[in-house]
Design a binder for this molecule. Structure first.
Ligand SMILES: Nc1ncnc2c1ncn2[C@@H]1O[C@H](COP(=O)(O)OP(=O)(O)OP(=O)(O)O)[C@@H](O)[C@H]1O
Length: 341
């Protein structure tokens, strides 16, 4: 059996910085990010809106907006002993990687379904676009299998138009679609946001089931820390374009070392007990303007642990434990999360 320590690296983001060109100047949406995703690992990206999570994920498959600019760094994808530098690939080559190696399901993904063609044709088109030589029958069989795994009536869904399905059914059909080419990584950006609580619960349970059966990695962006706590092996907290903390899920949720992670988790007091509800809005203040970035810890104006040096210099990320990294001068002062509250 392969232990966690032996897991191979699949994706490696090295010192990545991305800015948006705006009329006010460069908006630094992703700043010096390092992140590794291993085979079969679930990585959750957490942090308030506007911290750079979506920009980071879009850059993995070069789907950034036109005004986005890669300032620095690279993203490596490892396959069969070879490394592919995603950030240097031509549009033609990256198109082969998308869906086939790295599938994406973004916030607005439900609109991916063209309203005038049946769901069945979306599965067929996606496979055919990658020229795999599958017959129509083979694609339908595989689609049925995946849709059934998502606990949908496969025949009905395949023969429906998107508007004939509920939001939860569409979302499950999309998840099935994202697996159709056996990708090695699936990126989910807020996969359950627009859904009611019961449907959210169901989708998370199904994701966990499908995850147990297939061998792939997940990067999940979520505002819902309960989802991160439940699904992820590793959590990266983003703030003002940076990963300010990164570690095993247990470390982040029970012994966070960054005051921002601590604040996010404390904003959801029942996170690790049976009531997993809450949002990320309860840390006073708001993230900084990413155009005029000062040389200081970006979280310092909102931080209860800040000292003089936090306002003088931006801390770099350092190792504070096995697989645990943090960018904070005062990480030692951040208390563990109490489990009994
Ligand atoms: N096309 C764009 N042009 C200019 N600025 C942008 C563009 N897209 C995003 N931004 C800005 O980049 C920053 C990072 O945004 P991003 O969407 O990556 O954050 P996020 O953490 O994913 O937030 P959310 O959860 O709301 O999607 C924000 O300040 C956002 O306003």
């Amino acid at each position: 059996m392969m232990t966690k320590a032996m897991k191979k690296e699949l994706l490696k983001i090295n010192d990545l910085s991305i800015a948006y060109n705006t009329p006010r100047g460069k908006l630094h949406a992703v700043r010096n990010v390092n992140l590794t995703v291993h085979e079969n690992e679930v990585v959750a990206l957490i942090g308030e809106s506007g911290c750079g999570k979506t920009t980071l994920c879009l850059s993995i498959v070069q789907l950034d907006e036109d005004n986005a600019q890669l300032l620095n760094g690279e993203i490596n994808y490892y396959k069969d002993g070879e490394v592919k530098i995603l950030t240097q690939m031509s549009e033609r080559d990256i198109k082969i990687i998308r869906w086939q190696e790295i599938a994406l399901m973004f916030q607005a993904s439900q609109s991916v379904f063209n309203p005038v063609i049946k769901i069945k044709e979306h599965f067929i088109d996606t496979v055919k676009a990658h020229d795999n030589g599958y017959s129509r029958k083979a694609i339908i069989d595989k689609s049925k299998n995946l849709l059934s795994k998502m606990q949908l009536d496969a025949d009905r869904v395949l023969n429906s138009y998107a508007h004939e399905l509920s939001g939860g059914m569409k979302q499950r059909a999309l998840i099935a679609l994202s697996f159709i080419l056996d990708p090695k990584i699936v990126i989910f950006d807020e996969p359950t946001t627009a859904l009611d609580v019961l449907t959210q619960r169901k989708i998370i349970d199904l994701l966990r089931l499908i995850k147990e059966e297939y061998n792939f990695s997940i990067i999940i962006i979520t505002h819902d820390l309960a989802i991160a706590a439940e699904l992820a092996d590793k959590v990266a907290t983003m703030y003002a374009g940076q990963i300010v903390e990164n570690g095993k899920t247990e470390d982040i949720f029970y012994s966070p070392s960054h005051p921002y992670s601590y604040g996010l988790i404390n904003a959801v007091p029942k996170l690790i007990s049976d009531k997993c509800e809450g949002d990320l809005s309860s840390i006073p203040g708001s993230p900084p303007d990413l155009i005029d970035i000062e040389n200081k810890c970006q979280f310092s104006p909102r931080c209860n642990f800040a000292t003089e040096e936090c306002f003088r210099d931006e801390p770099t990320i350092i190792k504070v434990g096995e697989s645990h990294f943090v960018a904070c001068y005062n990480y030692k002062n951040v208390p563990p999360i109490r489990r009994d509250n």
